[in-house]
Design a binder for this molecule. Structure first.
Ligand SMILES: Cc1ncc(COP(=O)(O)O)c(C=O)c1O
Length: 391
């Protein structure tokens, strides 16, 4: 049996057209976009600017609102620490949630060590943050609100448009980590009232090591962000360092393709595959429970706990043929299981039997069926092994 990849929240393969667009920028077009005294620099600069237009177009932004980074971890660090440490802000209070990615939680912890106060808004077992709880956490000294657009484990969509509107009314900058959403659902930053949005190329069939931070230019007073990487002043001084031209070109191509795929109904196609996966799992491996609200959720996400089938054991017995993630895997939790599932209040049995499926662009219905067949055999075997032996 061929390998089946169902872990698209972890990363996605590079689209062949993206790779093709990138290749010349490793070989004949290797100029530095900052060095424009010759044609090599000019062509690299032009390629970066074209990619900036493509990435901006995918989220309804202006090209000069895109700051290229080395990925969403850097974008999140720049947004959170850069806003909190901005010379323009006076307060020392940040609001976030308990279900953010560690690339937001850790910068918040680092601020906390330096004297900032962090309010982490809790979620219930729906895995969806209530906008009213975010509103209730705001204080006169709040300098930033950071709430992800979609959770990377349970796939739940957060009410970012509502939260953004509340923040805008109170004049508080709003950041959202939209890594899992952009490219998978249509996004217009304006609809979210977002001031800062983190993106990552490798979650949308682009290369790893390339991302962006959208920084709203229209906001008054203007956002002043403290650069976290200082040096040659690239990217409006917000992110110094020679630009990763092949990566950025790939990101641009990936953004263009994602826009085309969304217009052609890719979200609906993936959602139908996810629904098929869930109904086939219900037929073959019940009892199981879906973790987090099924709606609203990323179209390709399914997160389930399968009763009496420990996820790590299942994954091992699938022998790497089916790539999916144990929902409990989380480096940050130090072996205690996913901080997201814990934050949702799930008991141990649900945490250790949790599986995350991430369906993507190249998955077919036949692959979903083959994965369910393999998984249901593995579940039966695991349950048989753990059943008490009759005397
Ligand atoms: C929600 C979320 N934020 C941030 C990141 C980090 O992105 P990158 O790998 O581009 O640093 C990830 C990747 O796993 C993610 O899922």
């Amino acid at each position: 049996m061929n390998r089946i990849y169902l872990d698209h929240h972890a990363t996605t393969p590079v689209d062949p057209a993206v790779l093709e667009a990138m290749l010349p920028f490793f070989s004949e077009r290797y100029g530095n976009p900052s060095g424009r005294s010759h044609v090599f620099g000019h062509e690299a600069h032009a390629a970066v600017e074209e990619a900036r237009v493509q990435v901006a177009a995918l989220i309804g932004a202006a090209p000069d609102e895109i700051v290229f980074t080395s990925g969403a971890t850097e974008s999140n660090n720049l947004a959170v620490k850069g806003m909190a440490r901005s010379p323009a802000v006076k307060g020392r209070h940040v609001v976030t949630t308990t279900i953010e990615h560690s690339a937001v939680l850790e910068p918040c912890r680092s601020l906390e060590r330096d004297g900032w106060e962090i309010t982490r808004v809790a979620v219930g077992d729906s895995g969806v943050v209530a906008a009213a709880d975010v509103a209730a956490a705001l204080r006169p000294d709040t300098v930033l609100v950071s709430v992800m657009a979609a959770n990377n484990e349970v796939g739940t969509l957060q009410p970012v448009a509502e939260i953004g509107a509340i923040c805008r009314e109170r004049g508080i900058p709003f950041h959202t980590d939209a890594v899992q959403t952009v490219g998978r659902l249509p996004v217009r930053v304006e609809d979210w009232n977002a001031d800062l949005v983190s993106l990552s190329a490798h979650k949308m069939y682009g290369p790893k090591g390339t991302g962006a931070l959208y920084v709203c230019k229209g906001r008054r007073p203007r956002l002043r962000i403290a650069a976290q990487a200082e040096g040659g002043g690239q990217e409006h001084g917000l992110r110094s360092g020679t630009l990763n031209v092949p990566g950025i070109v790939g990101f641009g191509a990936a953004a263009r393709l994602a826009g085309e795929a969304l217009a052609a109904g890719e979200a609906e196609r993936t959602r139908a595959l996810r629904d098929r996966l869930l109904s086939r799992l219900r037929e073959t491996v019940a009892p199981l429970e879906v973790n987090g609200a099924l709606h609203p959720r990323l179209p390709g996400n399914l997160h389930v706990s399968i009763e009496r089938a420990e996820a790590e054991v299942l994954i091992l017995s699938l022998g790497g043929r089916i790539a999916l993630s144990s929902g409990a895997a989380c480096a940050e939790a130090g072996g205690k299981g996913s901080h997201v599932l814990r934050a949702m209040g799930l008991p141990d049995e649900r945490v250790y039997t949790a599986l995350r499926f991430g369906i993507g662009r190249y998955n077919s219905g036949a692959e979903i069926d083959a994965a369910v067949d393999a998984l249901s055999a593995a579940v039966a075997e695991t349950r048989a092994r753990s059943s008490p032996v009759p005397r």
